[in-house]
Design a protein around this ligand. Structure first.
Ligand SMILES: [Zn+2]
Ligand SMILES: [Zn+2]
Length: 303
């Protein structure tokens, strides 16, 4: 393991240092008040065009909160020159992270001790001490959403964002990287297997399965297997990778709905396949999630 990167004390230089490591950052006001969206992206506006934040094409680089996160040094320079004290935020999912957030105000330390007693000591990884005496433990995202607040004072952050050092916590103290000299290691440890949700319950035998898939596409001739779905992604041409991944992820949901494959296994395999064909972790996860949303009709929270 190398010594990591020394993170400067100045928020702008810190944001630039993270970006240079490939981490997407955005500014967060100390008050947490969001930056205004442009009229096209503002739900209150008469010219609002409905769209998902991840599909925004307005080109305004502050719309939709953390969806605006960037590694572009000139944009980062501009943001923190305008507001030198702004905190440094990093969206979890878009950076390929899932973060275990332990908040002592709600009994997080007690819950965490109980959790480690039950599942064993968690794999060591990048950790931050929040200004509020809490802990952020950084793992790579497992590629799907995790249950929020599984235990009192512990949150699995995936859809949201975290503040990075040297951001200032509401207590007035700064976030710091754990260990000596506040050095930052890019997270590389996988999300602990012991913290994965249990697999989907098997279908009760004799219970009629739903005939029509939610997407309305039925393929009675083809029974997809995980291998076939992975192959479909691997076969995709350069300009077609995202669409193929999306297609495969939709089929995975439909097939899982029929009880014919394990969704967790399929999504994990597709996440790996997406990255194997050159999509970033963030793109892969976003695509798999939008397939999940389409199939499950989840509503997304506007950032
Ligand atoms: Zn916009
Ligand atoms: Zn937009």
């Amino acid at each position: 393991m190398n010594d990591g990167t020394k993170i400067p004390k100045n928020p702008r230089d810190a944001a630039l240092a993270y970006a240079a490591l490939g981490i997407k950052v955005f500014r967060v006001r100390r008050s947490k008040a969001p930056y205004a969206n442009c009229p096209r992206c503002d739900k209150q506006s008469s010219v609002y065009t409905p769209h998902r934040p991840e599909e925004c094409q307005c080109q305004v680089p502050t719309c939709h909160g953390f969806w605006a996160a960037t590694t572009d040094p000139s944009l980062i320079h501009k943001w923190w020159t305008e507001e030198p004290d702004a905190n440094v935020g990093a969206p979890c999912k878009l950076n390929g992270w899932a973060v275990l957030d332990i908040d002592p105000r709600n009994g997080g330390h007690t819950s965490f001790a109980a959790l480690e007693q039950r599942v064993g000591v968690l794999p060591s990884t990048t950790m931050a001490v929040t200004g509020g005496d809490g802990l952020h433990i950084f793992y790579l995202s497992p590629g799907f959403d995790l249950p929020g607040e599984p235990f009192p004072g512990i949150d699995f952050k995936h859809n949201g964002y975290v503040l990075l050092a040297p951001s200032v916590h509401s207590s007035g103290n700064r976030y710091q990287w754990a260990g000596s000299a506040n050095r930052f290691q890019v997270p590389v440890a996988a999300w602990p297997k012991t913290l994965l949700p249990r697999k989907e319950k098997p279908r009760v035998p004799g219970q009629p399965r739903r005939q029509q898939s939610l997407s309305g596409i039925r393929r009675p001739g083809k029974q997809w297997t995980v291998d076939a779905l992975v192959q479909h992604v691997m076969d995709a041409g350069e300009g077609n990778r995202n669409a193929s991944l999306y297609f495969a992820a939709c089929r995975a949901h439909e097939t899982a709905e029929q009880g014919a494959l394990d969704l967790y296994e399929a999504e994990t395999a597709l996440a790996n396949a997406g990255q194997a064909v050159g999509l970033t972790a963030g793109e892969t996860i976003a695509t798999i999630q939008s397939a999940a949303r389409r199939t499950a009709d989840h509503t997304w929270a506007a950032a």
